[in-house]
Design a protein around this ligand. Structure first.
Ligand SMILES: [Zn+2]
Length: 414
């Protein structure tokens, strides 16, 4: 059972325990704008006195009445994924349909090998993505360039002119998969950053220190403490996204920063803490970068994502690697979540009674940050248990998705 589901059960038990007394207004917990609601008879669960024939009794001696409201369907503007890895070639063809089924648009990461560094590279990659979609699928890849030591202001200006290029991605050199081409010190890219600030082109940050002496669990906090403030101070108008924020320190920094600084949050960092990597043994499919963190960081991410703030929006960081590259003596970082990202997000939001804020997080805040229209199309999610496949075939290889073989309580109903 994943962490969000445990929290949901806890919350349900707590709400039932607060059983209703005639004359006392029912708790508003869990009541949200929805398409359909189901009233659930709590069946005496949580009451201290035994149930009677006329209904379950509560500890105040009064007869409890059914009052627990469970949302079992929600409708929202079609969401977008503001951070995804679609890869290339056979793997691209295997995964792009999953993202296109869930999302209308996606910011596509440029960390191919070789990296996507020019507008020409980005447009060629976009063509390959569109070519990998099934006929008639409506999906817009939003392209990014890879910031390298060779990136110039002319590259920035070309990106600004190109309608399909929306941002530049900064990888600290060597920080994660295919990050070798990145820059060791982003602040050294002063002319490029000035041009991006001038043109309003967002800088997407993989916010981790690459100092080998920094503990892997502290790399984001170190970047947030040592680099992000200098970046914000030096370029106060630069639009910055702290990608896949994973720590309380990252959340606090984004909340304290001006409006032009935002963050994406993944489904897996909301649903799991670092215990998931070591549950009963080493779990290579739960390994990603930035790595999963302690439970209190996860709690802060959930708070930020469900706060309704326009600074936090959906970015799955779905990062597929074939089974052989994950289950190895030196396994790759990355978790494939595109098959069920919305279901995981919905589970987390439901666990804290915040489904009414899922649309803001998944469909509105990111579009507003990027200056794009919110989708007019609607999608529905229902509380309908389903089992995630154990694997997806990719040529001769396999992809193991997040939650492989497990039952998820929410389902995207398209
Ligand atoms: Zn990523």
């Amino acid at each position: 059972m994943w962490v969000g589901e445990q929290a949901a059960l806890r919350e349900t038990v707590e709400r039932v325990a607060d059983c209703n007394v005639p004359g006392k207004p029912a708790s508003s917990g869990g009541k949200r704008p929805i398409a359909r609601r189901t009233r659930v008879w709590p069946d005496g669960q949580g009451c201290r006195l035994p149930a009677t024939k006329s209904g379950p009794a509560c500890d105040r001696g009064a007869i409890a009445v059914p009052r627990l409201t469970v949302i079992d369907a929600i409708e929202l503007a079609r969401p977008d994924d503001w951070h995804v890895h679609l890869r290339d070639g056979e793997l691209l063809r295997a995964v792009v349909g999953h993202t296109a089924r869930q999302f209308g648009r996606a910011i596509v990461m440029p960390n191919l090998r070789p990296a996507v560094v020019t507008v020409a590279d980005a447009l060629a990659y976009r063509d390959r993505i569109l070519g990998a979609l099934a006929p008639g699928v409506d999906f817009q890849p939003l392209m990014t360039l890879y910031l390298t030591p060779g990136t110039t202001t002319a590259d920035v200006e070309a990106a600004v002119r190109a309608p399909h290029v929306h941002a530049i991605k900064f990888y600290p050199a060597g920080a994660t998969t295919h990050a070798e081409a990145g820059v060791p010190d982003v602040l050294a890219c002063s002319q490029v950053l000035r041009a991006m600030q001038h043109h309003g082109l967002p800088l997407l940050c993989h916010g981790e220190s690459i100092d080998p002496h920094v503990d892997v669990f502290d790399r984001e906090a170190t970047f947030v403490r040592e680099t992000l403030p200098r970046l914000i101070d030096a370029y106060p108008g630069l639009r910055i996204v702290l990608e896949h924020v994973t720590t309380a320190e990252g959340v606090a920094a984004v909340e304290a920063a001006p409006e032009n600084v935002a963050a994406t949050i993944t489904a897996h960092h909301l649903a799991y803490d670092r215990n998931a990597m070591f549950a009963g043994g080493l779990r290579p499919h739960m390994y990603c970068l930035p790595v999963l963190k302690r439970a209190h960081h996860r709690a802060e991410l959930v708070r930020a994502a469900t706060s309704g703030s326009s600074k936090f929006f959906l970015g799955t960081d779905s990062a597929p690697h074939l089974r052989g590259a994950k289950e190895a003596s030196c396994g790759c970082a990355g978790i494939f979540t595109a098959h069920a990202a919305l279901e995981f997000y919905a589970g987390t939001f439901a666990s804290v009674g915040a489904l009414d804020r899922l649309e803001q997080f998944a469909s509105r805040a990111g579009a507003e940050f990027y200056g794009l229209p919110v989708a007019s199309e609607r999608v529905r999610l229902g509380r309908e248990a389903w089992t995630v496949p154990a694997k997806y075939d990719v040529g001769d290889g396999e992809l193991v998705p997040l939650g492989a073989g497990e039952s998820l309580p929410w389902r995207l109903l398209v």
